[in-house]
Design a protein around this ligand. Structure first.
Ligand SMILES: [Zn+2]
Length: 563
């Protein structure tokens, strides 16, 4: 960022002196950074308005934001001259609106219109905090609602950049009603299967957070942006405690599961372009049916406990490793929109040989640090809720789903029970039974119990040659039935947990070949096969009428039982 020599331009000390200096310099040339408190030369901020000294973000106007993200062929503004009346006759309100409209390059706190991003026709709304703190009055609500209605009529995706202090007090209850009005328009747009992306910028608060800001299919945020509902001071007064520095930051809401991703401002245009592109492509192209695919039929001689040992190796490629080998241009999504982002589940969208796909994987680590971050591959309820949220988007946008499973089980802990581990797994099974897109599950290592089947109610289930799928661990099995956990090896022999046994029982459809020392030692051997297998399966499943797909999945599980 430092294209200028900072010393040459800025040697102003912090604090009061800096303020005095700022006051002295000609208007518009020098600006004070809110983050580091230093004064910088306006032009040094560049088009992304980032402080060259501390990389803090300056607030950006709606027109500037739009120019930064849209293609060069321009932006067609809608309703640019719409101004509010005075619904509760608040003194001097009309004058204030008029005066702001004359001083600024905008007439209200949101700019709406249509443009292309990476060549894709998109509706855009950008809020502007210069206009009465980006507060949502009648016109803000009306313009955004009209933008959603126009996007619905023309089947366009929509991107909304939020920047708002919340409701507009001067319009009273009429302002509050905008939350309902916009939300209803968002719902209609969503029900038509159209994409809505929100980009939260500083600040996104109050009624905007509590309505359309949090209703996006994909929610992005700028680094450090303030994102919250109630104001910090109000909360501090209520609870009579000081809140931590990062409270209600973009980073805070990411950790708490409410947004998908933090995107630096210079990367916004590209990220939006990639997301829009992947949502414009749908089912697998016909040439990927691959009729002549040859299925592997080995794995006979694998000793059961050896499958267990290799499946558990810490060197075994993780969900993330497989995704990075096989899935191109992967964009990871985060959060369950409810409680927390669970590191034990990795999910997102990308391309499998050019075909858009949604991938959800349980994640283990290769070392202690990684394993702590992903809880040793044992998801909490919020992990299953995150997985389900991401899979539901696949359903909405017609993308096939791939789940990669390697977990010893769902995390057995008090907190997990309090937040409904059973309920989260149940919801996953319930919804997976009804997805109208093809679902393929692959057991990569351990397929442990309810935590595994939570992601395996699929049209096809495959297993790696050295993997296991079982009601519980062999140690647990031996301990419960024989009161002796040390007889795990013996238990593995009777449990029918290895792939060939499960093939015989009809629990799985096939096996992915793997060299004896584990597939980390020959990723290409296993994963090139897996990729071809998946393309063949999605080709077949994708060509089936929806009723047949659903009936097939129903019967796949309906058949299990012995009586
Ligand atoms: Zn700064």
């Amino acid at each position: 960022m430092n294209i200028f020599n900072r010393k040459k331009y800025v040697t102003v000390p912090q604090g009061q002196t800096a303020q005095m200096a700022a006051d002295r310099v000609p208007d518009g040339m020098w600006v004070k950074c809110n983050k580091c408190g230093k004064v910088v030369y306006n032009k040094q901020l560049g088009k992304y308005k980032i402080c060259p000294l501390c990389e803090g973000y300056f607030r950006i106007s709606a027109p500037e934001m739009i120019v930064n993200v849209v293609d060069e062929d321009g932006f067609t503004a809608h309703d640019a001259d719409l101004v509010p009346e005075n619904p509760i006759n608040y003194p001097n309100y009309e004058e204030k609106i008029k005066q702001l409209g004359e001083t600024l390059d905008i007439k209200e706190a949101v700019v709406t219109g249509r443009a292309k991003i990476h060549g894709i026709d998109t509706m855009i709304c950008a809020m502007d905090s210069r206009f009465i703190m980006g507060s949502m009055g009648s016109v803000v609500g009306e313009k955004i609602t009209r933008a959603f209605e126009a996007a619905l009529a023309d089947k366009l995706p929509i991107v909304v950049f939020t920047a708002s202090g919340g409701a507009r007090m001067q319009e009273g209850i009429v302002s509050l009603m905008q939350m309902g009005k916009v939300s209803a328009a968002v719902k209609r747009h969503s029900d038509a299967g159209l994409l809505y992306i929100t980009v939260l910028t500083d600040p996104t608060t109050g009624g905007v957070t509590a309505s359309f800001a949090m209703q996006g299919d994909i929610i992005l945020a700028e680094p450090g942006a303030l994102v919250g509902f109630a104001g910090r001071r109000v909360i501090e007064q209520t609870i009579k405690q000081k809140l931590p520095e990062d409270f209600q930051s973009a980073e805070f809401v990411l950790e708490h599961g409410f947004i998908d991703k933090i995107v630096p401002r210079p990367e916004l245009r590209d990220t939006l372009g990639r997301l829009l592109k992947i949502h414009c492509q749908k089912m697998p192209p016909a040439q990927q049916s691959m009729d002549g695919f040859e299925y592997y039929c080995g794995g006979e001689g694998v000793e059961p406990f050896k499958a267990v040992e290799i499946a558990r190796k810490v060197t075994r490629p993780t969900g993330r490793d497989i995704i990075s080998y096989m899935v191109k241009d992967f964009v990871e999504m985060h959060g369950d929109r409810n409680f927390r982002d669970d590191g034990a589940i990795v999910g997102g969208i990308g391309y499998l040989n050019g075909m858009p796909i949604t991938v959800v994987a349980t994640q283990k680590g290769h070392n202690l640090e990684e394993n702590v971050a992903c809880n040793f591959g044992q998801p909490h309820p919020e992990g299953y809720r995150k997985a389900l949220r991401i899979m539901k988007q696949a359903e909405k946008f017609g993308r096939p789903i791939l789940t990669l499973i390697n977990t010893s089980g769902a995390y057995p802990a008090a907190g997990a029970e309090e937040r409904g581990q059973g309920s989260a797994i149940a919801a996953s099974l319930f919804e997976m039974a009804g997805f109208t897109v093809p679902v393929v599950a692959v057991i990569v290592g351990e397929g442990g119990s309810g935590g595994a089947i939570a992601l395996a109610l699929a049209d096809r289930v495959f297993m790696f040659e050295y993997s296991m799928y079982s009601i519980l661990s062999p140690e647990g099995f031996a301990s419960i039935l024989w009161k002796d956990g040390k007889r795990a090896k013996e238990a593995a022999g009777v449990m029918k947990l290895r792939p060939t046994d499960l093939m015989e029982l009809g629990i799985i459809e096939g096996i992915i070949p793997e060299i004896e020392s584990g597939f980390e030692n020959d990723m290409a051997h296993s994963l090139d096969y897996l990729e071809s297998l998946l393309l063949a399966e999605y080709g077949k499943l994708g060509a089936m009428p929806t009723e047949d797909l659903l009936e097939g999945r129903y019967q796949r599980f309906r058949k299990f039982g012995s009586y």
